[in-house]
Ligand binder design. Structure first.
Ligand SMILES: [Zn+2]
Length: 262
C-alpha cells in the first residue's frame, strides 16, 4: 500500500497530508512532547572546577535542570582542584569541543594567564561551538593580558559586590531566556558582578542595581562570538541560587537558546 501511495510525487504529498491530518486528530500537548523527546539528544559538555564554589552540587542541579527540558547527553569535566590557577588537560587538544552541541563554562581560574592555552579555548567557540558562561567564568583568566576570553564572554568584569538578594529587571521581557522570570523575583544570596564593559556584539537581557555604587549592571546577556551564540549570567555563587527554580529555569533555557533550540 505504501509503495502505491508514494509511487508518485502527488502520492507523496497525499501521504504526508494524511499523516498531518492524523496528527491533528490525535495529538495533544503530549504528542508534541513525544516528538521533542524523540529528536536527537543535545550533546552538552560542562567544564567546571577551581576556586570558591560547590561545583559538585552546582553540576548536579544544572545538568538536571537542562535534562528536564530536553533529552541531553552530558559530559562533565570537573578538573583543576580548588585553586585559582590551573590548566586542565581537556584543552590540550585543539579539537577539544568536537562533537558537542553546546559547552557550559562554570569554571573559576582567575590567575591562569597562558595565551596559547586561552586561545585554544576561544578558537573552538569562534569557529562555532555555542557556549554558556556562568558566574566565576567571568573572572576566569582575569589576570591575563589578552582580551580574547572577555570578548568571547561578551562582558569585562574584574570584581564583584557583596552578597545580597538582588532584584532582577528584565530588559527584553519577551526573550525566551528571561520570559519566565517573575517580575518581582529576587536572587537568593548571591554576588553582583561589576561589569566594566558590555562588548559590542553583546546585549543585556536583564540587569540588577548595585547597592554599593547605585549603578545598573547586566546580569543576564547574550553575545555573538564569531559563529557561536553565547549566553551568560553572572549569578550562580551560592548553593541557594543553584536550588532556586527561577535561576535554574533561565539558565536551562539559555543552554537551549545557545544551542539553537529556542
Ligand atoms: Zn562566587
Amino acid at each position: 500500500m505504501f509503495q502505491q501511495i508514494f509511487s508518485s510525487r502527488a502520492g507523496l504529498v497525499r501521504g504526508l497530508a494524511a499523516v498531518a491530518l492524523l496528527a491533528t486528530m490525535f495529538c495533544s500537548t503530549g504528542c508534541h512532547l513525544s516528538w521533542r523527546t524523540q529528536s536527537k539528544p543535545l550533546r552538552a559538555l560542562l567544564v567546571t572546577g577551581g576556586c570558591c564554589h560547590n561545583y559538585q552540587l552546582q553540576s548536579e542541579a544544572l545538568t538536571n535542570a537542562v535534562s528536564k527540558l530536553t533529552r541531553t547527553v552530558w559530559t562533565v569535566v570537573n578538573e583543576g582542584g580548588s585553586g585559582t590557577r590551573a590548566q586542565i588537560s581537556l584543552y590540550d587538544d585543539a579539537n577539544w569541543a568536537r562533537g558537542y552541541d553546546v559547552v557550559v563554562h562554570n569554571e573559576c581560574f582567575a590567575d591562569t594567564t597562558d595565551t596559547n592555552y586561552i586561545r585554544r579555548i576561544t578558537a573552538a567557540h569562534r569557529a562555532g561551538t555555542p557556549a554558556v558562561v556562568i558566574h566565576c567564568a567571568m573572572h576566569t583568566y582575569r589576570a591575563a593580558g589578552l582580551d580574547d576570553w572577555r570578548e568571547f564572554l561578551g562582558v569585562t568584569s574584574r570584581k564583584h559586590d557583596h552578597q545580597s538578594r538582588y532584584a532582577v529587571q528584565k530588559i527584553e521581557p519577551a526573550h525566551p531566556i528571561v520570559q519566565d522570570i517573575p517580575d518581582d523575583w529576587k536572587t537568593p544570596m548571591d554576588e553582583l558582578y561589576v561589569i566594566d564593559q558590555l562588548w559590542p556584539n553583546a546585549r543585556a537581557l536583564a540587569t540588577s542595581v548595585s547597592e554599593r555604587d547605585g549603578k545598573t549592571y547586566p546580569v543576564v546577556w547574550i553575545n555573538q562570538y564569531g559563529k557561536a551564540r553565547v549566553f551568560g549570567t553572572t549569578y550562580g555563587h551560592s548553593d541557594a541560587t543553584f536550588r532556586d527554580p527561577v535561576f535554574l529555569g533561565y539558565v536551562a533555557r539559555g543552554v537551549l537558546w545557545a544551542a539553537g533550540r529556542d
